[in-house]
Design a protein around this ligand. Structure first.
Ligand SMILES: Nc1ncnc2c1ncn2[C@@H]1O[C@H](COP(=O)(O)OP(=O)(O)O)[C@@H](O)[C@H]1O
Ligand SMILES: [Mg+2]
Length: 389
């Protein structure tokens, strides 16, 4: 039985898992360099530092922050500076106390998960840091979710907390990660500690960049010769529509699994096409899941009015949005807020909204669905809205 199943194209499939962090992140040298420059004072003078990483899904924000923190810690060890780091995903931990609890758990894995206030947990964290004489870099991933839910109070406390010195050193630095610019979401007190220059942007990957990312990961994950250049190119081409490395890696893994299922020695372009078809529906879902109700209603309106059209205008969408709200007994947002919803969808990479376009006069905004067929999108969103109530 085991022998009959045949050889696998995989050499090390774990390198395709979402939490694997490669030694080197391709085409993120500029972002990495900026982080190093920002955090040099932490090593040299024990000053705290803060940074904000912004970019759409799959642009390598999480992976870059982890690689950076691991390298920083290692560099610190070589230079007798105790540096540690902790990352919290604020979508999974979306209250202030569960965020700070996870940080406390970094030093005390068995710390009770209830019964302590935020102030108490901060004090406990401080004691742990004093005892260890360590500088902690806290990475708040998907920080916008926390900010939206709970405001910037905890972030403010952590930045202030970082500025208080112990033995002449500051001991907490913060890295905030978000798809949107979180600086706009911070209150003025916290925003002033996050200076403008500390914003590090992550652009979508180009086809050429994705090719390198895919080739790097393929060489780690597959046996030699298991995927050819044409296979790598096609994966990159498919993912380039989104500029999303996560999608590329997902397709790579699925293509390998399809090849294994067939008992093929090599991954062919047909396997890649099959993987695209499968991944398609799951990537759509993962992009849509974080949307709030009115963002979903706006997207439903875009899907409905886009059927059979290359693009639609704000006016088309706004009237379809009002109808969609009416159908579900929701109060439609006023024009400016509605405009904000469309901008959110653009930022999240679900649609593209650009001022004017070919064959259109004046200053209209042109909205295009990215790669998701309007009908499929309409069905998915309707389903999600139905499930919510
Ligand atoms: N520049 C890169 N080089 C190699 N792998 C990358 C690169 N950027 C992203 N990846 C990989 O793509 C996937 C998605 O990256 P991630 O950091 O989670 O994106 P984001 O946090 O921006 O959504 C991860 O598996 C990551 O390792
Ligand atoms: Mg991420």
């Amino acid at each position: 039985m085991w022998d009959a199943v045949g050889k696998s194209v995989f050499e090390d499939q774990r390198t395709l898992s979402f939490d694997y962090v490669p030694q080197k992140l391709m085409h993120r040298e500029a972002q990495m360099k900026k982080l190093i420059m920002l955090f040099r004072p932490v090593l040299d003078t024990n000053f705290a530092q803060n940074a904000v990483l912004v970019g759409s899904v799959g642009t390598g924000k999480t992976a870059t922050s982890k690689r950076f923190c691991m390298d920083l810690k290692e560099y610190g060890e070589k230079h007798q500076k105790a540096i540690d780091w902790a990352i919290v995903n604020c979508r999974q931990r979306n209250s202030e106390s569960s965020v700070i609890l996870q940080v406390v758990n970094h030093f005390q894995p068995n710390f009770p998960d209830r019964g302590f206030s935020i102030a108490e947990m901060l004090r406990i964290l401080r004691k742990d840091l004093e005892k260890r004489k360590v500088h902690l870099v806290i990475v708040l991933d998907e920080a916008d979710v926390l900010l939206k839910k709970a405001g910037s109070d905890l972030i403010y406390k952590l930045t202030r907390f970082g500025e208080e010195k112990v033995d002449g050193r500051e001991f907490i630095s913060l890295i905030l990660i978000s798809q949107k610019n979180v600086l706009e979401m911070l209150d003025s007190a916290s925003a002033s500690t996050f200076k403008r220059t500390n914003l590090i942007e992550f652009g979508k990957y180009s086809y050429e960049e994705l090719k390198d990312i895919v080739a790097q990961r393929a060489s780690l994950a597959f046996r030699d010769g298991a995927i050819g250049d044409d296979g790598v190119d096609l994966v990159a081409e498919v993912a380039a529509e989104w500029g999303d490395a996560r999608f590329a890696i997902e397709i790579l893994e699925k293509a390998g699994m399809l090849a294994d299922e067939e008992g093929a020695e090599e991954i062919s372009v047909e396997h890649v096409r099959g993987a695209k078809a499968e991944a398609y529906s799951s990537i759509t879902e993962s992009k849509l899941a974080p949307l709030d109700r009115h963002q979903k209603l706006t997207l439903l309106a875009i899907a409905r009015s886009s059927k059979g059209k290359a693009f639609v205008t704000t006016r088309d969408v706004e009237s379809a949005y009002k109808i969609a709200c009416e159908e579900r007994d929701e109060k439609a947002r006023a024009h400016t807020a509605f405009w904000g919803l469309m901008k959110d969808l653009d930022t999240l990479g679900v649609v593209s909204a650009k001022k004017s376009g070919p064959g259109i006069s004046g200053k209209t905004t042109v909205i295009k669905l990215l790669d998701i067929p309007a009908k499929v999108l309409e069905q998915k969103i309707t389903q999600m809205l139905d499930d919510e109530v």
